[in-house]
Design a protein around this ligand. Sequence first.
Ligand SMILES: [Zn+2]
Length: 248
Amino acid sequence: MTRFWHVLLFILLLRPLVLPTQAQARLAMREGVRKEHTALVRKATVHPSAVAAMPPQAAPAPFEAARLFKLRPVGAWTEAEYLVIESAVTATALRLAQATGREAADIFLAVYGGLVEFRRTPACPEALVSCAGLWGWTETPTLIWVLPELTPSLLAEHPRWGVHELGHAFSFALAERPEQLPDSLLDRSGFAGALNDWQYSSAVSGREIFADMFVAWVFAQWGTPGGPGTDKAGWIALHLGTWLEELQ
Ligand SMILES: [Zn+2]
């Protein structure tokens, strides 16, 4: 054999030891993706009530919650805050997936029209007269302001607050139609808990009551069965199909 063939044979013999074959590379990539998904699913159970409330047959596929939202400005958030907002986005996406049969990330992006930005501000946005007593303000379907009163420790303790704001964003994506509640539902009855637990406003307005109804819908948690919560849940169920069909 010539020197050329020696070298070629040497390379061919050595190749499996040095370079991964295409199949090996594909396997390694799949393993990486699987690990990533497992980590995300584990993260998604930080606040597990949404997942626990779902019937097992509806358990959706893992998805990457991190690509559904962004926190601005970068660096202004604690890890606990990140996890709480991620859990709110995750719970909402999972519920939308359950309601539509679509993949969680796809339906979330379709409903909101893109990823949702949570924007922290040290001063009250000009559009608001005052921020006294306010934790958040949803300006558009994809922009939620985190106001000065919602300090890191407060936000970290209220995983459902983000879902309330995503309820406003959902309503805005539908030209505010979901908040046109019938008079019979315009009260603060039927929720699973009090203010800053299962309600993130005490206002008796269609807008704020709907946002809290959205929280109840996402987590499938209402007040005593057969009571006013059942009426509120029924109203959402009645309209949800039309709303989601419009947004998909
Ligand atoms: Zn609100």
